[in-house]
Ligand binder design. Sequence first.
Ligand code: 5GP
Ligand code: ZN
Length: 115
Amino acid sequence: MSDCIFCRIVEGEIPAQKVFEDDEILAFKDIHPIAPVHILVIPKRHIESLDASVESDANVFGRMLVKAGPIAREVGAHDGFRTIINTGRIGRQEVYHLHMHIIGGGDPLPAMIKY
Ligand code: 5GP
Ligand code: ZN
């Protein structure tokens, strides 16, 4: 059994509210949503972070981006959304299985990060 929580979701060992799935990627609702729409899109294959990615990951990353719009519309974000990939300590990545947040439903969302 994997000790990676998102691998366990892929394997069906931990329940998740799935909103899209194909052979390479899975999208499901974030357990602690920060906005009315908060979806996580992950590669099914374990990739630790954006910083640990290699050339051969380019296809699955492309698929995650191409599907972002259809997934967002499917869950009710019809007029735009924000995608975020947190990376490493500085990026405050909490789960070390790469994931892209799709955040929306605010009208509009708060402004970008400010110091
Ligand atoms: P990060 O900070 O790594 O970019 O974001 C990790 C996200 O995963 C957080 O928004 C957190 O709420 C979400 N999360 C952590 N554990 C689970 C889980 O077991 N199920 C779901 N659906 N989301 C999770
Ligand atoms: Zn994993």
